[in-house]
Design a protein around this ligand. Structure first.
Ligand SMILES: C[S@@+](CC[C@H](N)C(=O)[O-])C[C@H]1O[C@@H](n2cnc3c(N)ncnc32)[C@H](O)[C@@H]1O
Length: 205
């Protein structure tokens, strides 16, 4: 990939204002807010022909993610230290990704903190633009109210169709946070939405 490499195999994209040059002929998946990278590591090992971009804002977590990628000799896993809105809004090209995973994100349950929540209608529109035709958005959460909000926002957007059956090939993969919640007796729900062709309604014009 033609872009900045600062730490070992990790991309550190702090003040980087160029679109990432991603291969067009490969299946590319983004694990956004990947934490320590367990999911990307296991998925990259399972699907060596696909490219996994594992992105998180926290440098410590990205270093652990980078170690995982190198330990597993996974040259199809690229750890990226970047802020999610910056990465999705400025660095990733339109229609470049086959799948976006946002797994067990912080739900920010207090109402006064809700502006920290990643997923809102504007962000869903951004994810839509980044996905290729028939691309997929995979979301999971242990937090029922957040899950309901995200489901409502995605379903109401009219941009996606729900099809959880496509999760079958990765249903056994669990992130670190999912393991943590399951060990505490919580339930983690997974949803998958498929990008629909854009339809301009023209209403109000
Ligand atoms: C609750 S953890 C989940 C990590 C991982 N997906 C898992 O399930 O184990 C949420 C992750 O999102 C990252 N994160 C939160 N806000 C972010 C942002 N704006 N940009 C990038 N990463 C973010 C945090 O650093 C953290 O690693």
């Amino acid at each position: 990939m033609d872009c900045l490499k600062e730490e070992a195999s990790m991309l550190v994209l702090n003040d980087f204002y160029r679109l990432l040059d991603l291969p067009r002929d490969r299946t590319i998946e983004l694990d956004l807010g990947c934490g320590n990278g367990r999911f990307s590591e296991e998925a990259a090992a399972r699907f060596p022909e696909r490219l996994f971009l594992a992105a998180d804002i926290m440098m410590g977590r990205m270093r652990r993610c980078d170690s995982r990628a190198r330990r597993g000799k996974l040259n199809n896993m690229i750890p990226i230290r970047a802020e999610a809105r910056f990465l999705t809004g400025a660095l990733l090209p339109e229609a470049s990704l086959n799948r976006i995973h946002i797994l067990c994100p912080d739900p920010w349950p207090k109402d006064r903190h809700r502006h920290h929540r990643l997923i809102c209608s504007e962000f869903v529109g951004r994810l839509y633009g980044l996905l290729k035709e028939d691309g997929e958005f995979h979301f999971s959460s242990d937090d029922q109210p957040y899950l309901e909000i995200v489901t409502r926002v995605v379903d109401r957007s009219g941009l996606f169709r729900r099809d959880d059956s496509r999760l079958a090939e990765i249903a056994d993969l669990q992130t670190d946070f999912e393991r943590r919640w399951l060990s505490k007796g919580k339930t983690v729900t997974h949803c998958l939405w498929v990008k629909q062709p854009y339809q301009f309604s023209g209403e109000g014009h």
